[in-house]
Design a protein around this ligand. Structure first.
Ligand SMILES: Nc1ncnc2c1ncn2[C@@H]1O[C@H](COP(=O)(O)OP(=O)(O)OP(=O)(O)O)[C@@H](O)[C@H]1O
Length: 274
């Protein structure tokens, strides 16, 4: 579905430059959810922009279904963290979700049907005639997700999509994304700061280093397709994987580290027993 080869990006020119992306290579298979995590400011958003055609990379290329990406492909949709900025405040929920369909020349009647279905999916069937500013943050992000899904994109790119909503809404939206993938076999590339979220959602987690960022490691998440916010997170596999991602972020390698060992040994056995 997506092949990223040797992507690097340097901002600025002359003496004032900043190389955000070193040399990044990875692939995403059809129907996969791949989460990207990395230290703050390492270039995660830059990476999404550079591989999607929004920002010409300094070097390297990305291919979408075999075609080299030079502009944003029609079959690719975005969801950003800033839902309040990405929705049109002068359009109703229906108008916002219908917008990409209108641009594609779909008839009014068809648009109505497709929008109703998408809003039913995200649980907003009763909010069609409301304006974005009449909705909570979580509801606004549901509208943004419905708008991204309405054209049934082959690839969905999401940049910290759930970072601005409360924990309960975040969990609901994560489960919504898993349901969308199950139903439509949508391929998803998602940037997150949240280690638990990366493991909970992913088939694979891509861990980036600090800038100029490279891929430190790719972890396969074999937790099965059916996931549950409570029971999945209690499994040994989940706990192990979240530890691995945390170690990779902190030390750049997985496995046992001296520092971790020292902390463990500093806690007296009696104290643990109490
Ligand atoms: N348009 C730009 N011009 C110059 N520098 C930029 C530009 N956009 C981003 N940068 C710099 O590139 C680096 C990577 O930014 P980016 O937003 O991609 O990182 P990130 O990993 O997504 O950040 P965060 O973890 O805070 O979400 C940062 O140092 C940022 O200041």
């Amino acid at each position: 579905m997506l092949d990223v080869t040797g992507i690097s990006h340097t901002y600025g020119s002359g003496a004032k430059t900043h190389t955000a992306l070193g040399d990044i290579t990875f692939s995403v298979e059809k129907g996969e959810i791949v989460c990207i995590v990395g230290p703050s400011g390492c270039g995660k958003s830059t990476l999404l922009r550079a591989i999607s055609g929004l920002l010409p990379p300094t070097a390297g290329e990305s291919r979408f279904m075999g075609e080299r990406i030079t502009e944003v492909p029609h079959d690719l949709a975005f969801v950003f963290q800033e839902y309040s900025k990405s929705l049109f405040p002068w359009l109703t929920v229906r108008g916002n979700v219908a917008f990409p369909l209108k641009a594609r020349g779909m008839s009014r009647r068809q648009r109505h049907e497709v929008v109703d279905e998408a809003l039913g999916w995200v649980g907003l069937a009763d909010a069609v005639e409301k304006y974005p500013w009449q909705l909570s943050g979580g509801m606004q992000q549901r509208v943004a997700i419905a708008r991204a899904l309405v054209c049934q994109p082959a690839l969905l790119m999401m940049d910290e999509p759930f970072a601005s909503v409360d924990a309960q809404t975040r969990a609901e939206l994560e489960d919504l994304l898993l349901r969308v993938r199950r139903e439509y076999d949508t391929t998803v590339l998602l940037v997150t700061h949240d280690i638990d979220e990366s493991v909970y959602l992913s088939d694979r987690v891509l861990v980036l280093s600090k800038a100029p960022s490279t891929v430190v490691s790719t972890l396969t998440v074999s937790l099965g397709a059916e996931r549950d916010q409570i029971t999945t997170k209690e499994t040994d596999d989940f706990v192990h994987l979240r530890g691995e991602v945390a170690r990779l972020l902190r030390y750049g390698t997985a496995g046992v580290h001296d520092e971790v060992h020292e902390v463990k040994q500093a806690v007296p056995v009696e104290a643990v027993a109490e």
